[in-house]
Write a protein that binds this ligand. Structure first.
Ligand SMILES: [Zn+2]
Length: 231
């Protein structure tokens, strides 16, 4: 069987010609992706496939556990990707996408396995709040359901972390950014989306509006007390 990397030799001859006009335009005009997607690095979760995206549509950042370190602790790839996407590219949507059967989330119930992976263990501390929520507030779950709850709560925690980034906070205040929390179910192909108003995940259904974690409304908490007129 052909190795997956060998297919790269076919790309230029067999795939590129059908999209050459698109690539030519992207090369001359530059990129202007509409969304940043932060997903798990899991090989079964393919952001471009899930969203049916073409080249140029999505700015993607992937890592183990679809984690966004909070701003104060961050000077890394995810933080830079977030800042670049919001400030330089002006994306209007950010999606944090978790998934079923996530190895990073399962690692919380296998602490012995993490002993050989100190970097993963340190990285997963950014998901500790989700683990704490599940341990304290969910009861009577079996191991599988517990991992699922953890994966879903982790999406909510990472959205909260996103909001600690100055670029994200200021875009939200100006009403320029919508935040999305998704969960991709590998076995069914379903996407669950977090509804920030009900604080529940909902099944994404074709033809119905997409639930969002945070709508693009201006959010100026001080407005009424600083002599600023309502708009
Ligand atoms: Zn994963």
């Amino acid at each position: 069987m052909e190795h997956v990397l060998e297919r790269a030799t076919r790309f230029r001859g067999q795939v590129f010609p059908a999209q050459s006009a698109l690539y030519e335009r992207l090369a001359s005009d530059g990129q202007s992706p509409k969304a940043l997607m932060i997903s798990c690095a899991d090989s079964r979760v393919v952001p471009e496939l899930i969203t049916q995206a073409a080249p140029g549509d999505l700015f993607v950042c992937r890592n183990a556990g679809n984690i966004v370190p909070p701003f104060s602790q961050a000077n890394g790839g995810v933080s830079s990707a977030v800042e670049y996407a919001v400030v330089a590219l002006g994306v209007r949507d950010i999606v944090v996408c978790g998934h079923s059967d996530c190895g990073a989330m399962k690692a919380f119930s296998q602490p012995e396995a993490l002993q050989r992976m100190p970097n993963v263990a340190a990285w997963l501390r950014h998901a500790q709040a989700a683990h704490s929520v599940v341990c304290s507030a969910y009861h009577g779950l079996d191991k599988k359901a517990e991992t699922r709850a953890l994966s879903l709560e982790n999406v909510v925690v990472q959205i909260n972390h996103l909001r600690t980034h100055p670029s994200v906070a200021s875009a939200i205040a100006q009403g320029d950014l919508t935040l999305h929390g998704w969960f991709f179910e590998i076995e069914t192909g379903h996407i669950l989306a977090f509804n920030g108003e009900t604080e529940q995940f909902e099944l994404v259904v074709e033809g119905r509006s997409l639930p969002v974690a945070l709508s693009p409304n201006r959010r100026l908490a001080a407005r009424d007390f600083v002599g600023m007129a309502a708009e």
